[in-house]
Design a protein around this ligand. Structure first.
Ligand code: CU
Length: 157
């Protein structure tokens, strides 16, 4: 009986040491960097193109307008990736691709002109890219829908 009582503090000490060791191990595990996707280079072919607005007029489909867009309009990468934009202007109006945050700017692109620009996506988030050439019908610069020629770079954590 007395032998059992005298072993109790030893057993409690052992349990305390085990609990402390587990807690310490968890502390180091939690403070260790979380596993990240290995940064890589992601290349996108992006066309600046026009589309037709087709409306039904007197029972027939008629082209009633045109719009301009980036194709594809949404790009998804991971933080740390190098993003390469191979931009081609397929439209007869002059356009460009500009983005802040992950900073790129092709400068003005004439019809069928291409330019490659790149940036490193250092922060996660959603970045809008857009045409940087304001509409000016006097010199073939952009189009009336300039403000809606936009796309998005989604940078995942
Ligand atoms: Cu524009």
């Amino acid at each position: 009986m007395s032998a059992t009582i005298s072993r109790l503090p030893l057993a409690l000490s052992a349990v305390a040491i085990i609990i402390a060791a587990v807690a310490l191990a968890q502390t180091f595990t939690l403070s260790a960097p979380t596993s990240q996707v290995t940064p890589k280079t992601q290349t996108f072919k992006i066309n600046i193109a026009d589309g037709e607005v087709i409306s039904e007029v007197d029972g027939k489909d008629v082209v009633t307008g045109e719009y301009h867009r980036f194709e594809p309009p949404v790009l998804v990468v991971h933080k740390g990736d190098t993003v390469v934009f191979q931009v081609t202007n397929m439209d007869h109006h002059r356009h460009s691709l500009v983005m802040q945050g992950c900073s790129v700017d092709t400068g003005p692109l004439n019809e069928h002109e291409s330019k490659t620009v790149q940036c490193v996506a250092t922060s996660s988030g959603v970045y809008q890219f857009y045409c940087g050439i304001p509409f000016n019908p006097a010199n073939e610069a952009c189009a009336p829908d300039h403000a809606t020629i936009t796309g998005y770079l989604v940078v995942l954590e």
